[in-house]
Design a protein around this ligand. Structure first.
Ligand SMILES: Cc1cc2nc3c(=O)[nH]c(=O)nc-3n(C[C@H](O)[C@H](O)[C@H](O)COP(=O)(O)OP(=O)(O)OC[C@H]3O[C@@H](n4cnc5c(N)ncnc54)[C@H](O)[C@@H]3O)c2cc1C
Length: 401
């Protein structure tokens, strides 16, 4: 009792509290201090673990995310081991579509990427309280009271960047009529640096399991973990069309791995909450970003969208504090008119229409023909930054020799 009374007496006041130091939460902080370095004194990031922390993820960051980092003043390529992908191979049965770009995306090890982003955010003056989980919160007319395992805080605004399974997401779920959760399984296998993925800089998205009710694909990415080459492989099921039977994910993943003559290794799973224009993104004094708000339902891409949510969220927060209006009524409009909203709306529309028909082989063949025509019509995007040697692992990429 005494402890409880004391914690209220020594309650910490701060304007903005961001829950979660993943790409979404860090990006909100970075966007705020880019607007005005004075924000560093007015915000706090709470993180229940400590970086470097485990995060199940394919680690593929597309050009949208790289561009956000560039806009935030990061020099590209980031000084981390990374596998650049310049040829995305979209496979259905025996047909392959190539989507090229320099790079189309870059594969990072999430533990290393997030630790680097957190260190950089801290270096720019933001306080990140690690090993401090949000346990509960209450919103009232004058602010938000937050309870962590260590401290009671009082804030003007609470930002939910705590992922698909976080407290904030669960709070909003109670108000939503339907679940928007994709299922993913992932496994890692040691690779040889001379494997064709590294030489040819390609990544594979195989949609053939759509024949077995999968609303998604099997992926096979090159990756570096602490400088060593690995294959990051897994299976994504958007489950957008709930009326269809559920795909047997473990069996499909094992089938794909058997075809590659690869051991399954340890398989882990995690959900993703996907974006819908009908979703709820805010309540008075509460904002969601990243997985908590919803990411791409077509591919399950979340790193770049998480980073890109930072801009509309930071703008909404700055304006709310300036006008003392914490309703966040216009947050949805801000998201939709920002690059992240346009990106996610397009992915949602394609996923919504395609995953309704993807179990018809004729439809998949039609899409592959259409995709081939579009790929021939539109040139590959230009080089995002100069190619760089020596960043690909402990040894230089054999493709650069
Ligand atoms: C198997 C798998 C593969 C994937 N592959 C890719 C890929 O290749 N490319 C891609 O773009 N996306 C991929 N994704 C999606 C991507 O990982 C997420 O979309 C992305 O991590 C979202 O970032 P975020 O910052 O919103 O959430 P997170 O990265 O999940 O960060 C949330 C943070 O909040 C913290 N937290 C949670 N609860 C609390 C609490 N109560 N108090 C304090 N802190 C808390 C967590 O510890 C965590 O650090 C994949 C996902 C899975 C599951």
């Amino acid at each position: 009792m005494l402890e409880f009374v004391l914690s209220y007496l020594f309650m910490k006041m701060v304007d903005v509290i961001i829950v979660g130091a993943g790409p979404a939460g860090l990006s909100v902080a970075l966007h705020l201090i880019r607007q005005d370095p004075g924000w560093a004194q007015r915000l706090l990031v709470l993180e229940k673990t400590a970086h470097p922390r485990h995060k199940l993820c394919g680690g593929g960051m597309t050009r949208l995310g790289l561009q956000v980092l560039k806009d935030l003043g990061f020099a590209l390529p980031l000084p981390l081991p990374q596998a650049p992908v310049e040829d995305i191979r979209l496979v259905y049965r025996k047909r392959t579509l190539h989507v090229r770009g320099k790079p189309q995306f870059v594969v990072f090890h999430r533990m290393e990427l997030d630790a680097y982003l957190a260190a950089e955010t801290r270096r720019r003056g933001v306080r990140i309280c690690e090993n401090e989980a949000l346990k509960d919160f209450q919103v009232d007319a004058d602010g938000v009271t937050l309870e962590t395992e260590r401290q009671i805080y009082r804030a003007q605004v609470l930002v939910g960047a705590d992922g698909s399974k976080g407290l904030l997401r669960a709070y909003f779920n109670r108000m939503e009529r339907r679940s928007r959760t994709a299922r993913l399984l992932e496994t890692l296998q040691a690779a040889q640096a001379e494997a064709s993925h590294y030489r040819e800089r390609y990544a594979l998205f195989d949609f053939t399991p759509a024949d077995h009710e999968l609303q998604g694909y099997f992926w096979d990415f090159p990756a570096y973990i602490q400088g060593q080459p690995f294959f990051n492989r897994g299976i994504y099921d958007a489950r957008m069309v709930r009326a269809r039977p559920k795909a047997a994910l473990p069996a499909l993943l094992h089938q794909e791995l058997d075809d590659l003559q690869s051991d399954a290794g340890e398989i882990q799973g995690h959900p993703i909450h996907w974006f819908s224009p009908r979703g709820r993104f805010s309540l008075p004094r509460l904002l969601l970003v990243g997985d908590a708000a919803g990411v791409d339902p077509l591919f399950g891409e979340g790193i770049a969208p998480a980073l890109a949510y930072g801009l509309p969220a930071a703008q909404a927060i700055a304006e709310a504090l300036a006008r003392r209006d914490f309703s966040f009524r216009d947050y949805r409009r801000r998201i939709m008119s920002a690059p992240v909203g346009r990106y996610l709306l397009l992915r949602w529309a394609v996923a919504w229409s395609c995953y309704r028909l993807s179990f018809f082989p004729w439809f998949m063949h039609f899409i592959w023909s259409l995709g081939g025509a579009l790929a021939a019509l539109f040139p590959a995007p230009g080089q995002l930054y100069p190619d760089h040697r020596g960043l690909y692992g402990k040894e230089a990429n054999p493709a650069d020799q």
